[in-house]
Ligand binder design. Structure first.
Ligand code: F42
Length: 145
């Protein structure tokens, strides 16, 4: 078992601790938005450590859409590089935990469809895209075979 290294961002680490510590019964939403969050558990591509990243819950059937927005920051979040290097993840959605595999969505039509679903679930994603020069990456997570 690898070491788990919490996020250096305190509010993020706090959300993970509450969410996971309660087995997905508390800390389920982003601050006061009331909008649901999932927790992605993955491996760091340099440290090999376990990382846990809360993201907005964007569902497409049994799949999840992961949006690497980082609040519209100029650079991709580090978890983007982690998922590119190792696509095997666990996703906690409330009390349920799924073993999943992620893939970055490159196809323009597929990306447009998933982007629209993401913005419907969390409208600020569009503001984040509008304020940054980078194209925000999107992953699709599917149940592992
Ligand atoms: N971020 C999003 O991008 N999209 C969302 O939908 C989203 C929703 C959300 C909801 C609730 C919440 O609490 C947070 C939310 N966030 C969302 C923020 C998200 O959880 C991340 O904190 C944010 O995207 C920044 O990701 P980051 O991976 O850049 O995090 C930094 C702060 C971080 O953890 N840095 C670590 C550190 O020690 O500096 C390094 C982490 C790391 O992965 N290291 C790798 C390793 O090997 O261990 C090496 C990575 C490399 O390639 O260098």
């Amino acid at each position: 078992m690898s070491e788990y290294i919490p996020s250096p961002s305190q509010w993020v680490a706090d959300q993970v601790e509450l969410y996971e510590g309660s087995n997905g019964t508390e800390g389920l939403t982003l601050r006061d938005t009331g909008l649901p969050v999932i927790i992605v558990t993955n491996r760091g591509n340099k440290t090999g450590a376990i990382r846990k990243t809360p993201l907005m819950r964007v569902a497409d059937g049994n799949n999840y859409v992961l949006v690497a927005s980082k609040g519209g920051a100029p650079e991709h979040p580090l978890w983007y590089h982690n998922l590119k290097a190792d696509p095997d993840v666990q996703i906690r959605d409330g009390a349920q935990v799924f073993t999943m595999q992620v893939r970055e969505v490159d196809d323009p039509a597929e990306k447009r469809r998933l982007w629209d679903i993401a913005v419907a679930a969390f409208p600020p994603y569009q503001e984040y895209q509008d304020k940054t020069d980078r194209v925000i990456p999107v992953f699709i997570a599917k149940p592992a075979k």
